[in-house]
Design a protein around this ligand. Structure first.
Ligand SMILES: [Zn+2]
Length: 200
């Protein structure tokens, strides 16, 4: 198991001093340009796969990179989206699914989640993803569901008032990605509702 204490010591000894200027600026400056919404999966590390520096990504991670459609009443995901868009003024939102997603696998394969009721409830936010996958592909096979899920979450995002406002004023781009763990490839599925060419 990775030793967190040793990791912290190495960060303070080697990494932080090497970026001292950056951290000095970030002490009073928080202006990320991107809201990155990814899965909580430990293998999907937003800053690593986009080679971003501290301060560049505002990150929300949820199981299955699910974004509940907007409903009145505070919740952590909605508050995070509103803060990133309305307060920080990010200019793009990336929703990033990934290969071998545990949440999507559980749905695709119909795992028994009766012993994990909170997970079962949370995954109801993927009901539209399942419906989309079946309608578009005739299947809930995992890869198809991962892709359908990214598209469905972009639709959910647009129900959030802060996102709807920014989209209407042309200040925000929505992007849908799928990250492939074994190859490192990122496939861009959608950019602001339009099909996009694949990234390398
Ligand atoms: Zn996942």
């Amino acid at each position: 198991m990775h030793d967190l204490t040793e990791g912290v010591a190495r960060f303070q000894r080697d990494v932080h001093p090497a970026k001292a200027e950056l951290f000095a600026r970030l002490a009073s400056d928080h202006r990320p340009s991107t809201l990155f919404i990814g899965c909580s999966d430990a293998r999907v590390v937003p800053e690593l796969i986009t080679q971003s520096e501290p301060g560049e990504l505002f990150v929300i991670r949820t199981a299955g990179n699910l974004v509940p459609a907007y409903t009145p009443g505070a919740d952590a995901v909605t508050a995070g989206i509103e803060y990133a868009v309305a307060v920080l003024g990010v200019t793009q939102i990336v929703v990033c699914g990934h290969s071998a997603c545990g949440a999507m696998t559980a749905l695709a394969e119909g795992h028994d989640l009766s012993g994990a009721p909170a997970i079962a409830d949370w995954l109801r936010h993927a009901d539209a993803s399942r419906a989309h996958s079946v309608a578009a592909n005739g299947t809930t096979e995992v890869d198809a569901l991962v892709r359908g899920n990214v598209r469905a979450q972009l639709t959910s995002l647009a129900t959030h008032p802060s996102v709807a406002r920014a989209l209407a004023s042309g200040t925000l781009t929505l992007r849908g990605w799928v990250y492939d763990i074994p190859t490192g490839r990122i496939e861009e599925l959608v950019t602001s509702g339009r099909p996009a060419p694949a990234l390398v």
